[in-house]
Design a protein around this ligand. Sequence first.
Ligand code: NAD
Ligand code: FES
Length: 281
Amino acid sequence: MYRIVSAQFLAENIKKIEIEAPRIAKKRNAGQFVMIRVDESGERVPLTIADSNPEKGTITIIVQGMGKTTRELNSKNTGDTITDVVGPLGAPSHIEKFGTVVSIGGGVGTAIAYPTAVALKKAGNYVITINGARSKDLVILEKEMTTVSDEAYITTDDGSYGFHGFVTQKLQELIDSGRTIDYVLAIGPIPMMKAIAEVTRPYHIKTVVSLNPIMVDGTGMCGGCRVTVDKQIKFACVDGPEFDAHLVDFKNLSDRNKIYLPEEKQSAEAYVHRCNLIKSV
Ligand code: NAD
Ligand code: FES
């Protein structure tokens, strides 16, 4: 059992959860994830480690309540426990001194971009961050991102805060201003990562994305997280989750992620229905 040391919502439906997991906290590197099983009967879900504190023996995850399991996780509070936390899994982010790097987080993807931005800064890079959200109330980790950045930009789709537009537009603006950009890291929804890849492709800017396929075991055995990169089959849980954005087959990823949508929807609806019943008695 893994104890939750603290839990608080950062935005509607997005919760920051700090979990006691000393061995994982000691070993983890930026870009790695854990597989979590909320209780004995639960499914396993992969969640990137947003932060860790080896002295305190804790790791932090940031969870968007979308399906049944992530909603269950987000219903947990300080002092509650989680049955299984396995990790750290996946290959760490590739960190070196590239020069000027742009770290882009779309929505909850910002939580995954954050630890890598920290590592890129520590490696001596000039770090520009762009964090996009649909609206002001969905912006997360603004303070943390600003602290780690040499330049930080917020974008909102509706213009309620920061730059009015998509993260891609802000990146294009930076490129058009004549800035030298040596490396781009982009993490967020699939259409965003695909669009970023198309922005940087003509300029041959090295661009890396973190993929979020369906995962089951997280250790390279089930094949669930199969992705196509440079026309080759890769397993995101062991070969990734980070890959060269210009070589990823995003359509294949998007199609595979939709396979269980009807079941996921049904399970999430049943969970919400059960919660409403419990609340009403
Ligand atoms: P969202 O839909 O609110 O988008 C966040 C930002 O991404 C937008 O503000 C915009 O700037 C940009 N964006 C979105 N679509 C774009 C497009 N077509 N072109 C250019 N820019 C675009 O994001 P959300 O609701 O927080 O994200 C949810 C999705 O992100 C889920 O599908 C989830 O599975 C995925 N996700 C991916 C990862 C990962 O590792 N890649 C991690 C967490 C979540
Ligand atoms: Fe099973 Fe990657 S999750 S092979």
